[in-house]
Design a protein around this ligand. Sequence first.
Ligand code: TXA
Ligand code: MG
Length: 330
Amino acid sequence: MAKILMGNDKGIAEAAAALSDGQIVAMPTETVYGLAADARNAGAVAQVFAAKGRPNFNPLISHMGSFDMAMEYAEYDERAALLAQHFWPGPLTLVLKRKEDAEIAENVTAGLETIAMRVPAHPTARALIKACGFPLAAPSANKSGTLSPTTPQHVQNNMGEDVPYILASGKCKCGVESTIIDLTGEVPVMLRPGTITQEEIEALIGEVETEFEVKEGQQPKAPGQLLRHYAPNAKIRLQAVDVKKGEALLGFGSVKFMAVDEVGAASNLYETRYQNLSETGDLEEAASNLFDMLQKLDNGAYDTIAVMDIPDVGIGIAINDRLARAAKNS
Ligand code: TXA
Ligand code: MG
């Protein structure tokens, strides 16, 4: 069993001591829980890859305490400075050229000449990085390919014995992973949508290309793009307008018109079969509930989760990206 540490001074100090000692610790961030290691320590980082069952060609994000700390490890330009000034601390990951002498273990960046980094906003994560004094390499704290964890309980359920410590600090606010933007080329490329939207980024640095999927015959820009992602055990059926026998329902907004085979109205369903991302149709609320509700419905009783249509705007783009990947595995 993992040792649960509270997100108070004592818990943070114990987590920092374990990390300094080369151990791995699950930590809260504002997006999802991360599985952290000292980014300078290749042995500690190797434990993260092993615990997740993550292929070693897929690099990790380094979590920094500040912009100044981040720029000790990367070359930056005006665009990076502008984005960092507006969105750090927060759910934005920048891919930059790694400094040649950067004291970051090679396995963090999977041997690439680039480095992905962000300054998390979660107060517990910030306090932890401060107490450590070194960057924390941290992917999401789940087995490779499965749903990301947004509560300490998810980490425990998903990772079991494979994580020695969980620094617990409730439910993550954003609920989907950070927006990733690659600034190593002339034109910035968004590699993963998140709560910070393309429009918000373009308002600061001009036009941005998107590359959420790998184009045929091309090398993936984010090495993780080719991998299986967000796969629940149940199948996912998108843009559902009804609920069939053997299906659970993940709702969004009003379910007044959702007919359910043999039961009638969706509102008659038990919560093991029906969850609503946001009854009022609020996309932020929906994002923060997404992985939690998918896990609740992925309880073995239903072979498919029918998901109602979610508008493909703003944070809805990130939600639909994760759902589409989950459905692909269906
Ligand atoms: O919100 C988040 O970003 C969370 C929390 C814990 O910070 N972390 C997270 O990490 O989602 P992970 O490992 O699940 O996703 C990191 C993604 C992967 O798709 C990886 O391929 C990509 O970032 N990545 C890392 N380094 C990269 C690099 N140098 N160039 C391109 N993509 C990179
Ligand atoms: Mg992940």
